[in-house]
Design a protein around this ligand. Structure first.
Ligand code: CMP
Length: 131
């Protein structure tokens, strides 16, 4: 997902360019906005964290771009491309170093495993939307 902060700040094109230039293939993509229910379900694993309410407010405040991307070793390579959760700790040239503003408003989300990538892809897309 390209999160509301990055959409608001006009970084959709820059982020998609970083992703495709790194060799990822986009197999599904949409411009959409999460409801509170969507955001709570997507981030259910974080529901006991102190920042959960803030996370749900943030993720629902405006549109996002959500996509399924493919590549060999996609999970690890994408996590390297986006950088650390906290942009202050993200490596030079990573998407979060370039475009994120804080640990909460951190521009992008990437799945943390192949299993979760499949679950998260199914969350956002019907089978007929995946190419
Ligand atoms: P993401 O990789 O999408 O996964 C969980 C999200 O929770 C994370 O990016 C941040 O947007 C948010 N998050 C993680 N840690 C914090 C924190 N300490 N304070 C606020 N938001 C956080």
């Amino acid at each position: 997902m390209i999160k509301p902060d990055a959409v608001e700040n006009g970084h959709v094109g820059g982020i998609l360019d970083k992703i495709t230039s790194a060799g990822f293939k986009i197999v599904a993509m949409k411009y959409t906005q999460l409801s509170k229910r969507d955001a709570k379900a997507f981030y259910a694993v974080h529901s006991e964290r102190p920042f959960f309410g803030e996370l749900v407010e943030f993720m629902t405040r405006g549109p996002i771009v959500t996509a399924i991307i493919e590549k060999e070793n996609a999970v690890d390579d994408f996590r390297a491309l986006i950088g650390a959760t906290n942009p202050a700790e993200a490596a030079e040239g990573t998407i979060r170093k370039l475009y994120a503003t804080s640990i909460g408003e951190n521009a992008v989300h990437g799945s943390d495993s192949d299993e979760n990538a499949a679950i998260e892809g199914d969350f956002h897309f019907a089978g007929r939307e995946i190419y």
